[in-house]
Design a protein around this ligand. Structure first.
Ligand code: SF4
Length: 377
């Protein structure tokens, strides 16, 4: 089954750390963009079965419920969308009201993912976010009232000036709300991020690297104790509430992306849509080429990708599955280089699978590098 990703590149303000493909909301541009999206989905549709739709951004919750409804309907018309398809909308807390949330539900959205980032106002201000902690709590409760029984909350750790205790305050506040899913990411500050200047001006510093590891491990510990299951390096969920859409990226499955900058992978071919919103709209409406960088993945790249994305999952890599699909015996080919990680208790061979232990997840990149360098050479 395919996953369908729909990119909405508009935000009410640009956060000082953000490196996503997004721009400021402009009503007229948004109208033309939604029209182009509908056209692209209809053009690409071939009736194939699909079981997830994911509205990501940007801030998809800036769209009107009727626009989300039209896009979901276009997906249904163009693909054989399963009746129980997971339809996720990324939302920012300041953009929702009970009425809008009910509208999104009526539009077919059955999963919400709120970008909360922190439950401490001071930290939210440092990140130039538009919402407060209490607004995030209200947005969560409103979503429950609107009938959403599958809500995810995102938090970021290792924020400027953040201590481990302050990080855990946010984790506890999240647990107190009781979402069905949570994502916990480490803040990464890209080279020219305005946040760097703000940090210099405010004399804000980042906690030492060791604290980042402690934040990660202690945050996950709290989530374990609250009954959540870690299923991916940065993601935990109540049983049965893992993100079906995101699992497609990590389980070596196929997806189509619509909208500017969206990526697709299908039948061993990968492509990316034009990143600029205007260029994307012109290409769709003028009958031009929307996709760029279209290329067939080599056999080596496909294995490599299956291995390093599989390693992100708590369940790890299905060694037999990889052998059957790609003819690669992971243990025979990589066993020597993996052994030091096994000896240190960072990697485990477990019931036909290879998986990282939780401390190993902190060093995931080092392990993944083994697969990349080994298949390329
Ligand atoms: S709301 Fe999200 S996508 Fe938009 S600027 Fe902020 S971090 Fe980036």
């Amino acid at each position: 089954m395919l996953g369908l990703y729909v990119h909405i590149p508009f935000c009410a303000a640009i956060c000082n750390y953000c490196n996503f493909n997004r721009g400021l909301f402009e009503a007229a541009l948004k109208d033309r963009y939604v029209a182009a999206l509908l056209q692209e989905i209809r053009l690409q549709g071939d009736g194939s079965p699909a079981d997830t739709v994911f509205f990501g951004g940007g801030t998809p919750s800036l769209l009107e419920p009727r626009e989300i409804a039209a896009i979901v309907a276009a997906c249904r018309g163009a693909f054989a969308l399963a009746p129980d398809a997971e339809v996720t909308l990324e939302a920012n807390p300041e953009t929702v009201s009970l009425e809008r949330l009910q509208g999104f539900r009526d539009a077919g959205v059955n999963r919400l993912s709120y970008g909360v980032q922190s439950f401490r106002d001071e930290e939210l201000r440092r990140l130039s976010r538009l919402h407060s902690a209490s607004r995030a709590g209200d947005a969560f409760r409103m979503a429950r009232e609107a009938g959403f029984d599958n809500i995810s909350l995102d938090l970021m750790m290792w924020l400027p000036q953040q201590t481990i205790a302050e990080w855990l305050e946010s984790v506890d506040a999240l647990i107190a709300l009781g979402p069905d899913h949570a994502s916990m990411y480490l803040l990464e500050i890209y080279p020219n991020a305005p946040l760097r200047d703000a940090m210099a001006r405010g004399k804000w510093s980042l906690a030492p690297d060791d604290d980042a590891a402690d934040m990660y491990l202690s945050g996950l510990d709290r989530m374990d104790n609250a009954g959540y299951l870690q299923y991916e390096i940065s993601n935990v969920a109540r049983p049965g509430r893992a993100s079906r859409h995101n699992l497609k990226y990590w389980r070596d499955e196929e997806w189509l992306g619509f909208g500017c900058g969206a990526h697709s992978t299908r039948g061993g071919v990968r492509w990316k849509n034009l990143a600029s919103t205007e260029e994307y709209i012109s290409a769709v409406t003028g009958g031009g080429r929307v996709s760029t960088e279209r290329r067939e993945l080599s056999a080596g790249e496909r294995v490599e990708e299956a291995l390093f994305t599989g390693l992100r999952l708590a369940e790890g890599i299905d060694l037999h599955g990889v052998k059957q699909r790609y003819g690669v015996d992971v243990r025979a080919q990589f066993g020597g280089e993996l052994q030091p990680f096994v000896d240190q208790g960072l990697l485990i061979y477990d019931d036909g699978r290879l998986r990282l232990t939780r401390p190993g997840m902190l060093l995931a990149h080092e392990v993944m590098t083994i697969f990349i360098s080994s298949t390329v050479r």
